[in-house]
Design a protein around this ligand. Structure first.
Ligand code: SF4
Ligand code: SF4
Length: 186
């Protein structure tokens, strides 16, 4: 657990994605479509509610999360493969939110979001500028996951005047800093 005072600075370490970008081959898109067809079928027999669409962290915590994930460039997306953690609960949420779309249109929505190039051995939606999927189309785990110290900072609502971020992997290290704006009087 991180302990800190509101007037202190805080250092948070995150991983660093050093994979290379590679063109997304058609087989990967076919695998994605197959996975989505199965998930859409499973919606019909699903028990329980659709997964909720959770909001991004707001305020200073939101600024820190955006800066950290930009610095890291999406290390945690490496397990996404061609399924991107999309399950029937996510697809049920998408179908509820977009009732005008039939199953084919939903598939197209996802296929159209695949970038031309994605990071090697990572999620099919992991493009140069991060995730190419709209937040409303992402799985619940993608919308809520925060790695180690970053998660502790947000979930613990840890106070800090300034957060020094550093990302590193195999000797490469990058830094960034987020400063809390002073509260304006009057
Ligand atoms: S949650 Fe952590 S591992 Fe994932 S992109 Fe953000 S900083 Fe990187
Ligand atoms: S869908 Fe987006 S957030 Fe989720 S693993 Fe893939 S690139 Fe990462």
């Amino acid at each position: 657990m991180i302990r800190n005072q509101p007037d202190e600075d805080l250092a948070i370490g995150v991983p660093l994605n050093r994979r290379r970008l590679k063109p997304v081959v058609p087989q990967r898109v076919r695998n994605l479509r197959k996975h989505l067809v199965e998930a859409l079928r499973a919606v019909r027999t699903m028990k329980g509610p659709p997964s909720p669409l959770r909001p991004e962290p707001e305020g200073f915590a939101g600024q820190v999360v955006r800066a950290a994930c930009t610095l890291c460039k999406g290390w945690c997306c490496k397990g996404g493969g061609e399924h991107a953690y999309l399950d029937e609960r996510t697809l049920a949420r998408v179908r509820d939110a977009r009732p005008e779309l039939d199953a084919r249109a939903v598939l197209r929505l996802y296929a159209d979001s695949v970038p031309e190039k994605a990071y090697d051995s990572s999620c099919i939606f992991h493009g140069e500028r991060g995730c190419t999927l709209d937040r409303a189309l992402r799985s619940d785990i993608c919308n809520v996951y925060l790695c180690g110290e970053l998660g502790d900072f947000v979930l613990g609502n840890v106070p800090a005047r300034r957060v020094d971020l550093f990302a590193e992997h195999e000797g490469e290290r990058r830094r960034s800093r987020v400063t809390r704006r002073p509260v304006q009087d009057g």
